[in-house]
Write a protein of this length. Sequence first.
Length: 373
Amino acid sequence: MKRILFILLMSIVIYHSSFAQNNLGKSDDVARIVLSTYIPDQVEGLTDIARSNLENKINQIATKQGVGGNAIDKRFIISAAVNVISKEITTTAPPMHSYAIDVNFFVGDGIAGTKFSGTNVTLKGVGETESKAYVSALRNLKTDDPKYTQMIEQGKNKIIEYYNSRCDFIIKGAQTKAKMRDFDAALAELVAIPEVCKDCYMKSMDEAATIYREKLELECQQNITNANVLIAKNDWQGAADYLVNYTPDMKCYTEVGLILKKISNHLCAENLGKARAAWANRNAEEASAYLGAISSDSECAADAATLSAQVATKLDIREKKEEERQLRVEESNKLAATRSYNLQKSQIKAIRDIGVAYGNHQPKIVYRVYRYW
């Protein structure tokens, strides 16, 4: 899994470097910025039911405007405040409660307390109780009003300006976190930069690949220790599982390669012994199965080949093994083609998932949303 994620990160850098900046068109901009929905606690008359209703309406607006979803950087919000304009009792039988409310929508930086844009609508509702009248008014809120588009566009422009003006500081902050070995926090900070911030986004992807590499190198050293512990406990296969995902281009691979060679030689001797025992009982199929598990570059490969030739005198195993080899090659080619397609298809999602996973485990953010918003 670690290897796949690193390949994905590198693919993203190569993929985006191959396009001119102007190819990141406006039609895609909306999908690259996500706003977190936030309802202040001090909204007038807001019961739990009304809060849920208002939150659903805001989520619908955000989704229709293309900025809904699970934001990596949750500092940018879409929020709303409700002001009750009037409360009346109707003269109908039975009497009903009539409410008129103003719903003020905002987009802004919830952490810095900066409003970027806003709009408002006036709604009316009627119900048997004040609470039901309030909810009735909120249900009348139309989520496809064109004024929301203008509000979102103004907010997006401010968010883009924020990232472009602070790009170097964000990258520097991520580098600092990486030096403190807080790799997940560093990656979350980098992948939060929206793709529409062209230059900054590409710089952040380059840095993300570097930091993820550092993360893998550190984990590699830890897993070398884990593998040696399992070898001491005679758990050779468990030791191998810790190391199989590391590649020769990594700094730690010299040591990894030596340990894997040691494991391979041990498993070779073990499987060769079982193959000899099976052949002694003239169980050619079982002997062949053990021999097939022996790596061709292990120390006992020559002895395994000799025994394999003896086993083949009883069964036409050579032909069978060749057919199996061809099948493995075909399956490997299909797997490689599928993996290449999937890498291209899911590369952006994969890197975002790293940041989202980190963000979801962070403490709840305390937003600074002022009444004047």
